[in-house]
Each structure stands twice: as structure tokens, then as C-alpha cells.
Design a protein around this ligand. Structure first.
Ligand code: ASP
Length: 313
């Protein structure tokens, strides 16, 4: 939630409809900036953004880096081995060291749920959660929402299916909070082993049968099996998983004929999604999600640094 002094974006849970819509509107304005031949602005000139990543990432890290640079900020990337953190310098020590260098925004990705919040309590700058364990990934949900809104013109009343490894997915959690707050009808589809018990309390309808879950859906959001977060075996085999939960045209036939296909990436073709479906130019908006990611992160950096800029004026 974005809270004042300094403002942070730690999760979608707790954000109001108005706060979410304001961020989407702000991001919308940056879509055209990113499509223009000259993409730079001087909004964040003199400001420092640090990407502090304790988990590897290509898409999200590059997207935040581009967003910061296109707004004119100085952007530093730090990739830190999480195991080194546990052994030696603590997470807090790292944050305090960086804090002493006076960054304006710290973008944090870590394998532990709650890491971004913990850091936000110790530093003076704004903190953005770029994914904390299986907890939240707020900018992913915002970019998904922007992609959907631009394609369909709305979010309220849409039937959205989130399919796959719901249990270990921060993308699922952030999307559930956002889509429910904006009035979408959300279904989650997963094998029983990957469907957290009590998920209904988040206002979603669970399904273990994919065809039934996809019935008349407007949006089909696929998720990767997060094997790095699994302890033990959750699916009998990849082949079996694809047979029951991989998105192919046969299962997609249950959704609306114009249903959009989404995936946060990285995709595992032939595991949770058939290659042809992923590349279907009429239905898949997976590349557009990546494009909207930069606009959303520009909007977030703009929003977080705004009160400081106004205060300084
Ligand atoms: N990129 C997303 C995340 O960081 C989804 C994934 O890794 O499967 O959570």
C-alpha cells in the first residue's frame, strides 16, 4: 500500500480502488512516452533509484531500470546472493548501508515474504516491493490490470481465471487483491496440491477442473510452477500436469471466444502453456504485458517521488 512519508509500494492488499485507478491512469500516460522516438524526461533528474535484487530477474529488473532511466534518474543495479546475506551481513545491514548513500527509491526483490516491508521500516527512502517470496508483486498486478483495461476498456465485471501454481505465486496474490478491489469476478484453477486451503476468503472461486474453471472467462492468466519455492513433490509429472492444467486450444475452448491469454513470465512452454497458444497473435497479450511493465513502473516512480518534489518546490 502507498502510505505517506516516505511513500512506499509494498503490496496491493490494503490499497483502495481510487489509489489503484490513480496509478493506472498515471501509467497510461507513460505508454505513449515509451512509444515515442525520444523516451526521456527530466522528472527524476538528480534522483537515485537502487534496484536491490536478492533473486535473479531479467524482466522486472530491466523494466525498473528502464523506467528510472527514462525519467532521468540515476539507476544503480545490485544483485546480491541471498545465501550470502543469511551467512554474513544481514538484510538490514545491507539496507542501512545503502540508506547512508541517500537513495530516493529502493526497489527490492527477495525470496522471503515481508522482506520489502521490513526494509521500509529501516530506511528513509521510498521502497517498492518487486516481489517478496510468495507474498506480493504489486507492479506485476498493476501492469496486468493496465494491459486488461487497455484491451477491454474495463476491469469491473470481467471474469478472470488465474491458473497454475496458486500456492507459491506472489503474482496470483497481488492480482487477486487488485482484481477483486476493482470488481472483477476472479477464479483460481489449480491441482488440489497447489490450491491453498481457505483461498475463498480472498473472494475468489476455486476450481480443480480447468475446463469448468475456464467456463465463459474473459481473461486467462497462466502461472509457472514455482519449483524454487517447492519443498517436495506437488505434481506427479510435467506430462501429467500439462495434460490437466496446461493451456491448449482444447481447454481454451471453454473460455469466451475472444478471451485474452496472459502470463507474467518466464514461460515454460509445454508445461503450463502450449507454445502455439502463447504465440497466438489474436489472443495472447504476453508481449504487451512486458510493454505495460515499463509504463507502470514509470508511473510508480513518478507517484512515489511526487510528494517529495512538491514539498521541495
Ligand atoms: N516473474 C514472476 C515473479 O517474479 C513470476 C514468476 O517468476 O513465475 O513472481
Amino acid at each position: 500500500m502507498i502510505a505517506r512519508t516516505p511513500p512506499h509500494l509494498l503490496g496491493i492488499a490494503g490499497m483502495t480502488q481510487a489509489e489503484i485507478v490513480d496509478l493506472l491512469d498515471l501509467a497510461e500516460g507513460y505508454v505513449d512516452v515509451n512509444r515515442a522516438p525520444v523516451k526521456t524526461s527530466d522528472l527524476l533528474t538528480g534522483r537515485t533509484v537502487i534496484n536491490l535484487f536478492f533473486e535473479s530477474s531479467t524482466r522486472t529488473r530491466t523494466s525498473f531500470e528502464l523506467a528510472g532511466k527514462r525519467l532521468g534518474a540515476d539507476v544503480i543495479n545490485m544483485e546480491v546472493d541471498w545465501s550470502a546475506i543469511k551467512k554474513g551481513e544481514t538484510l538490514i545491514d545491507t539496507a542501512m548501508t545503502l540508506n547512508a548513500m541517500h537513495p530516493d527509491v529502493l526497489i527490492v526483490r527477495a525470496p522471503d515474504s515481508g522482506a520489502a516491508k521490513l526494509l521500509s521500516e529501516k530506511v528513509n527512502c521510498s521502497v517498492v516491493n518487486a516481489g517478496d517470496g510468495s507474498h506480493e508483486h504489486p507492479t506485476q498486478a498493476l501492469l496486468d490490470a493496465l494491459t486488461i483495461r487497455r484491451r477491454t476498456g474495463r476491469l469491473a465485471g470481467l471474469r478472470v481465471a488465474i491458473c497454475g501454481d496458486i500456492a507459491h505465486s506472489r503474482v496470483a496474490r497481488s492480482n487477486i487483491h487488485l482484481l477483486r478491489t476493482l470488481g472483477a469476478d476472479v477464479r483460481v484453477i489449480a491441482p488440489p496440491t497447489l490450491l491453498p486451503s481457505g483461498i475463498e476468503t480472498l473472494g475468489v472461486t476455486p476450481f480443480v477442473d480447468m475446463r469448468a474453471g475456464l467456463e465463459a472467462c474473459d481473461i486467462v492468466m497462466m502461472l509457472r510452477l514455482q519449483t524454487e519455492r517447492m519443498r517436495g513433490s506437488y505434481v506427479p509429472s510435467i506430462r501429467e500436469y500439462f495434460r490437466f492444467y496446461g493451456l491448449d486450444y482444447a481447454k481454451l475452448a471453454s473460455a469466451k471466444p475472444d478471451a485474452l491469454i496472459m502470463h507474467p513470465g518466464p514461460m515454460n512452454r509445454g508445461v503450463e502453456i502450449d507454445s502455439e497458444v502463447a504465440d497466438d497473435i489474436d489472443r495472447s497479450v504476453i508481449r504487451e504485458q512486458v510493454e505495460m511493465g515499463v509504463a507502470v513502473r514509470m508511473g510508480v516512480l513518478d507517484a512515489l517521488t511526487r510528494p517529495v518534489l512538491e514539498g521541495a518546490a
